[in-house]
Each structure stands twice: as C-alpha cells, then as structure tokens.
Design a protein around this ligand. Structure first.
Ligand SMILES: [Mg+2]
Ligand SMILES: [Zn+2]
Length: 188
C-alpha cells in the first residue's frame, strides 16, 4: 500500500456516480461530470482516495458480492479513460441496517480502518457525501471537514438535517465544488 498522510473519504452512489438503486452491473456505472478532474485535484494535493460505501443490496441478496470488484474496476477504468487518477481503496459495508454491524455509515469504523491501512491522519482527512450518514461518519471519525454534495439525494437530505452531528461544514453543488472548497481551506 502506498502511504498517504491524509485521505479523502468519498461516498460512492450519489457522489461519484448517479444512483440507479442497487447498482448491480458494471454497465450501469457512469460518473458525474467533473468527477475525474476533481479526484485528480485531490490526489495532486496529497490526498489518498478512499471510497467508503454502504452496499446493503448485497446483504439483501439484490447484488452479488462478486460483482462489486467488477463495478469498482469499471470505475477506475472510466477514471483512466477520462485522463484521471484511480481510487486507492474501496471500503465496503455489505450488511443490512438490521444487522447492526460495526462498519455501516454513519459509523466511522471504515474511515478509521482506512487511516490505519495508509498510516494517514484522520484530523487532516476529509469526508464528502450526499447523505446525512456520510456527514455524521466524517464527524464521528474526527475528519478535518465533512462536505455535503447536493447531487444524488443531497437536496432531500439537506432539508432533514437537524443536529450538529448532521450539519456539514460546507454544502457544495457537486464533487468539483466540494474539492474546490477543501483545497481553498486546506492548511497544508
Ligand atoms: Mg450516497
Ligand atoms: Zn457493515
């Protein structure tokens, strides 16, 4: 594993790609406009790129577990085709909410685990996602910033945010705008 001093935790569905609902085939995957460029900018600024995704469709029997690596290989292929950089690590929870596992967002487990894998500092890392559960995971983990994108279900989720643990540090129209704010407010 390469070493990164800081990571960008990226929600997948609704943040990097449109969510068709239980995406279960590589051919269904498309990236939002601007995503390859935004990820390249994060990497150039020193962030390792870690997708953190809840895929309860696996636990529900709607997504075959072996298709996830194919979908993620396709994501990296699309990123490379667009002249971008690839994702460094995919952290996945496959459980249903009722299973009350330790890894499903809003729990911060997968974020902490990834920082250990890369020997990164959580306090320098950032979380970007469209759901309240993404923001809460970033805040619980101790990220420098948790940014909500208004793509995916972001607009609906923004109307539901009530507690401080649910309030993002910044709301951005899309991943590109989120990255612009993160780089502008970066100390290092
Ligand atoms: Mg999402
Ligand atoms: Zn889990």
């Amino acid at each position: 594993m390469p070493h990164f001093s800081k990571l960008a935790f990226l929600d997948r569905d609704g943040t990097l790609n449109p969510d068709p609902g239980y995406l279960n085939h590589p051919d269904q995957l498309a990236l939002f406009p601007g995503v390859p460029d935004a990820l390249s900018r994060l990497r150039s600024a020193g962030f390792g790129l870690v997708v953190v995704t809840n895929q309860s469709g696996v636990g529900r029997g709607l997504i075959q577990p072996q298709v996830l690596p194919r979908i993620h290989a396709r994501m990296n292929e699309l990123l490379l085709q667009a002249g971008g950089v690839t994702i460094d690590h995919f952290a996945i929870c496959i459980h249903r909410p009722e299973e009350e596992c330790d890894c499903r967002k809003p729990k911060p487990f997968l974020l902490h685990q990834a920082t250990q894998i890369f020997s990164a500092s959580i306090a320098s890392s950032v979380m970007i996602g469209d759901r309240i559960s993404d923001i809460t995971a970033g805040k619980r983990a101790g990220c420098r910033a948790s940014v909500q994108v208004l793509t995916g279900v972001g607009q609906e989720e923004a109307r539901k945010m009530l507690s401080p643990l649910e309030a993002p540090d910044y709301q951005a129209a899309d991943l590109g705008a989120a990255v612009e704010w993160i780089l502008k407010t970066s100390q290092d």
